[in-house]
Design a protein around this ligand. Structure first.
Ligand SMILES: Nc1nc2c(ncn2[C@@H]2O[C@H](COP(=O)(O)OP(=O)(O)OP(=O)(O)O)[C@@H](O)[C@H]2O)c(=O)[nH]1
Ligand SMILES: [Mg+2]
Length: 131
């Protein structure tokens, strides 16, 4: 992997509710296994994973309307970065976007939707992607 100076290494923070596939997505993109700060498969602290030109910042799942320590960790990370990768489950796209989009107003980024294997392909799901 080429060594990049901090100025060329972009950082992207992953934000989403619990068990939406954030850590798995980073593992797939970077080839790194999730670190040991995972507890029973859940990320409990902020973790950074260097990819090729991009550092991904993994965060604990946000428990909406809960003031848990792990949710606070995720929200602090969200404040620290201006590029966000929002991870919402295909089974809960509308609900998760309604809850999470207000948190990322003013940031740039994209929405990634794992768990498409858990929904039946239909005109409705295609409309959701386009929207
Ligand atoms: N069926 C299916 N399972 C997936 C998909 N993406 C991730 N998973 C699985 O879902 C589980 C949770 O994935 P994680 O990557 O740990 O989710 P997370 O968002 O990091 O979870 P927290 O850290 O607890 O917020 C793991 O067992 C993954 O292997 C997917 O697209 N489809
Ligand atoms: Mg995780």
């Amino acid at each position: 992997m080429p060594l990049l100076s901090p100025s060329t290494q972009r950082s992207i923070v992953l934000i989403g509710k619990e068990s939406t596939g954030k850590s798995q997505l980073i593992a797939s993109l970077t080839g790194h296994s999730p670190y040991s700060t995972n507890f029973r498969g859940s990320t409990v602290d902020c973790e950074t994973y260097a990819g090729d030109g991009v550092t991904f910042v993994d965060t604990p799942g946000i428990l909406y309307r809960s003031d848990t320590a792990t949710t606070r960790v995720a929200l602090e990370q969200l404040q620290a970065y201006d590029t966000v990768l929002l991870v919402v489950k295909a089974t809960h796209v509308d609900e998760d976007l309604a809850d999470l989009l207000p948190l990322v107003v003013g940031k740039r980024g994209i929405v990634v939707i794992p768990f498409w294997d858990k929904v039946a392909p239909s005109d409705f799901t295609c409309q959701v992607i386009r929207r």
